[in-house]
Design a protein around this ligand. Sequence first.
Ligand code: PTJ
Length: 250
Amino acid sequence: MRISPNHPRFRSLETRERLVRGFQAGIVAPQGLIAHGRGEAFDYLFGEITSKSSRAAAKAAAALLLSARNPVISINGNTAALVPRDMVRLAHSVHAGLEVNLFHRSVVRERGIASLLKRNGAGHVFGVNASPRFRIPGVASARRIVDARGIGAADVVLVPLEDGDRAEALRRAGKMVIAIDLNPMSRTARAATITIVDNIIRAVPELVRVTMKMKSLSRSRLSATVARFDNERNLRKVMKDMIHYMQGWS
Ligand code: PTJ
């Protein structure tokens, strides 16, 4: 369906359309449409804006990605449908690998997502029928199977729209985790090293912008930016932002 740009909720409706098209093209899992609804509800409670706390998290995440030895960006169906080009741009900007890693795993969908990323400028994409494989210990879902040269070898992993247990398991495996999740109470948000509580359609362009700006900073300045960031404190601020916004309505 074509949405008129004059519609007051154009951005939100257009985002839904992208997910529906992604579903019809075999990129998005049916469950991904439901997951987006949960995200939308949280976004509404934040006023659909990128808050100061989200910007602070994006800055710390950019510093962590730029100072990583081997960063990898994990891509699922929703992420591929919503921000394929920005994810490829981010990967180029921080020299990160891209890996398809699905909760509702199917090789057909893995192939479709990898080719969508390639059409958007990606080079090699890990995770298509991953081989050699590495199994993340302690993950119950198909997400435990990762590429040994991709997420398996990464020191920093960006996990957008995640389901929880993998973020915890990646931390236990000694990796640093950056999450993008509109739910500040989710297990992913709590387990990650850095959580960007923002809609992925705003968070990823912001990450691209900030990494471009911070590229020339020294390793010690990047490390200092990461060290100053406290995820738990930032999540408390995010919750306060949400309550503050909601009180404005009463
Ligand atoms: O493509 P697959 O097979 O890997 O499956 C992807 C989904 C998203 C279906 C899978 O990872 C899943 O079930 O995730 P959950 O457990 O529903 O968690 C998704 C989280 O992302 C929730 O906390 C949502 O609030 C959040 N979320 C949804 N849409 C957005 C979002 N966060 C940021 N931006 C969004 N647009």
